[in-house]
Every structure is written in structure tokens, then in C-alpha cells.
Design a protein around this ligand. Sequence first.
Ligand SMILES: [Zn+2]
Length: 72
Amino acid sequence: MSDTSPVVETEAEYALEFAVKCPGCDAWIERIGVVRMLRAKINFTSALPRRGRVMVCTKCSAILSAELGGLR
Ligand SMILES: [Zn+2]
């Protein structure tokens, strides 16, 4: 498995400034995949946003804790 061919299908990939260790597969990763998250169910009183993003390991697809700013 090479670093340039992720096994996980993601909408986009972001390069990390430094390698980090994935808690899912224990690999050192330098890229994080982003999967779009669309709201499928909502409580009437909820103020949660309509959409979001999930950052995943591009090797094992484990969900990682990460935040992506609103800048495009
Ligand atoms: Zn992983």
C-alpha cells in the first residue's frame, strides 16, 4: 500500500504539516481525508448546522478529531 493511493474514498485530502499517528491503524499519516456530512434528521428546536465535515484517516477510515476552518 503506498501513501499516494488511499483506500478510503473521500471528497478531499489535506496534507498535514507534520505526520501524526492514527489512533485507528497506528500508522503515521501525513494526509487526512474529508467526508462531507449532511444533516439527515433534525429535532425541531435544534440549532445544529445543516452540514459538517468528518476528518478520516486515509488508510483505515477511522474518524479523527480535527477541525477545518471556514476559509476556502
Ligand atoms: Zn488509520
